[in-house]
Design a protein around this ligand. Structure first.
Ligand SMILES: [Zn+2]
Length: 294
């Protein structure tokens, strides 16, 4: 049976066998435990794959299961893992809680000898959270080039190991996503911080990755604005998604076109909202600033 591979002092990873265009090389489930703790916390059970869930259960006793967001490649295995371990499953989305309360942003979870801070990071989905572990440190291969003392952030799909994140329909939001990047950057600039994504390898400099993500988002937004102008369309126009995708994402692989459509829809909604906000008089005593950057 596969067993989790240590990544940092407090975390190890077990990759599920569900590779694909949206899951990269497979969903990464993480096992968290303080040194010497008899129990562990599992973050993202992954798909409903018996071998994967058996291996996670064998890493236990599992005291608690946490979920970064509602997508099936992270949550479908949650009922099966609860069945195997009896551990409560907590998620920001009540629909994905099993025997546990919904996670709240700003909450501190204490389990397996750890302090786990919950950071609400909507944008990829409305219920996305990141989980923050202070006082961690790299082990094994990661120890080369990473300071001995780091903060670890489990980022779910909000920040990935490679590529960029989709703003998922129907609840993905660009405005929320940009604010979430700010919130992660605030954590990641307080000291050396590594990101443990739901897909793809460790992000060794999370602050730098977040800045690159913001730049990418604002670049895409500028492209979408330019496409709308060239097409003579308002952001809310009928068929705007199709026409903008055809122009801006002309050369993406067909396997990710659905994702591109969802991200464009979120960008058009952002622009429609921003345009609407721009037509309103600014609130008294505050300067009028818009966060579209481009
Ligand atoms: Zn996802």
């Amino acid at each position: 049976m596969a067993s989790p591979t240590p990544v940092t002092r407090l975390t190890s990873v077990l990759r599920a066998d569900n590779p694909g265009p949206m899951t990269l090389d497979g969903t990464r489930s993480y096992v968290l435990r303080a040194p010497g703790s008899a129990t562990c916390v599992v973050v993202d059970p992954g798909p409903d794959d018996a071998a994967h869930l058996d291996a996670l259960a064998a890493a236990g006793p599992v005291e608690l299961v946490l979920v970064t967001h509602r997508h099936a490649d992270h949550t479908a295995g949650a009922p099966g893992l609860r069945e195997r371990t009896g551990a409560p499953v907590r998620s920001a989305d009540p629909d994905h809680c099993h025997g546990g309360d919904p996670l709240r942003g700003g909450e501190t979870v204490r389990a397996a000898g750890l302090r786990i801070d919950v950071l609400a990071t909507p944008g990829h989905t409305a219920d996305s959270v990141c989980l923050v572990l202070a006082d961690d440190g790299p082990v094994g291969a990661l120890a080369e080039g990473v300071p001995a003392s780091v903060t670890t952030v489990l980022t779910g799909d909000t920040v990935l190991g490679t590529g960029t994140t989709v703003l998922s329909a129907p609840d993905g939001s660009l405005g929320a996503y940009l604010a979430s990047l700010d919130a992660i950057e605030a954590v990641a600039t307080a000291g050396p911080t590594v990101g443990l994504p739901g897909h793809g390898p460790v992000v060794v400099d999370l602050a730098a990755r977040v800045r690159a993500y913001r730049e990418h988002r604002l670049e895409r937004l500028a492209q979408v604005r330019a496409a709308l102008a060239a097409l003579g369309l308002a952001p809310g126009a009928e068929r705007a998604v199709d026409q903008v995708v055809a122009r801006v994402y002309a050369d993406v692989d067909p396997s990710v076109l659905g994702a591109a459509r969802q991200s464009v829809a979120a960008q058009l909604a952002f622009l429609a909202g921003a345009d609407e906000a721009a037509r309103r008089p600014p609130p008294r005593g505050r300067s009028r600033s818009r966060r579209t950057g481009s």
